[in-house]
Design a protein. Structure first.
Length: 238
């Protein structure tokens, strides 16, 4: 995959990695931009081109992670992107997996029904945990960060919450997806539609990849950025 810069065509970036399509749309950019460069498309949509290219490269190259550069970005801009990612999970990936799962379950014969229903229940439990994880960030972590940006009373805020609490509570929501993939790939046998199983596995891989990159941004960028803010504000209010 190519390293994405501001002067390459956005279409070429997507051709190099089709998984960037939902990442691009999270910035409010719709497909149909012709042969325009990344810089031109960003300017037309009022998107910070440096932030845009950095996020796309993080998703395209697992080893690409310019932490010092990302720490310079606006934390509210970063939170806005993370919120859009949450919306994408709720509106697109999870409903798609629900449909994939239902198709897979319905394709099973009577003799395999109990096995595939166990898979369905396993995914339902995971989905509930993921939704709780997203809600916790949206109702506690992100509002807390917004209050820090407003330079509120840092001592009072710390009595209720801090990024140390976020770190201790921040579970890896992609781990159970690995277990689910393993069951589907290595252990599940029976009479069902093979294409339905393959589609389900493929889209679990998609969600897992997106979640890993999402978590990496939160752990390596959001957390240290906000902890720096906490320290600076705490010292100024001392």
């Amino acid at each position: 995959m190519i390293l994405i810069t501001s002067d390459i065509k956005l279409a070429d970036a997507i051709h190099s990695n089709y998984l960037l399509i939902p990442v691009v749309t999270r910035f409010g950019i719709r497909l149909g931009f012709g042969d325009k460069t990344v810089k031109t498309v960003c300017e037309e949509h009022g998107v910070d081109v440096e932030f845009f290219t950095t996020i796309l490269n993080v998703f395209s190259h697992e080893s690409y992670f310019p932490q010092e550069r990302l720490l310079r970005f606006d934390v509210i801009q970063l939170v806005g992107y993370l919120k859009k990612t949450h919306s994408y999970y709720r509106a697109v990936l999870i409903p798609m997996l629900d449909k994939n799962m239902e198709t897979f379950v319905q394709s099973a014969s009577k003799s395999s029904e109990s096995e595939v229903l166990l898979i369905k229940n396993f995914f339902a439990q995971y989905k509930a945990e993921l939704m709780a994880h997203l809600k916790r960030e949206e109702t506690i972590t992100f509002p807390y960060i917004a209050e820090l940006v407003k330079k509120g009373n840092t001592r009072q805020l710390h009595e209720k919450y801090s990024m140390k609490v976020f770190e201790s509570e921040h579970d890896n929501v992609d781990e159970k997806l690995y277990d689910l993939k393993n069951i589907l790939i290595k252990y599940l046998q029976g009479d069902y539609n093979e294409g339905a199983r393959n589609t389900l596995i493929f889209n679990i891989f998609r969600l897992e990849k997106d979640l890993k990159d999402h978590t990496r941004i939160e752990d390596k960028i959001l957390t240290p950025m906000v902890k720096q803010m906490e320290q600076a504000l705490f010292e100024s209010n001392a």
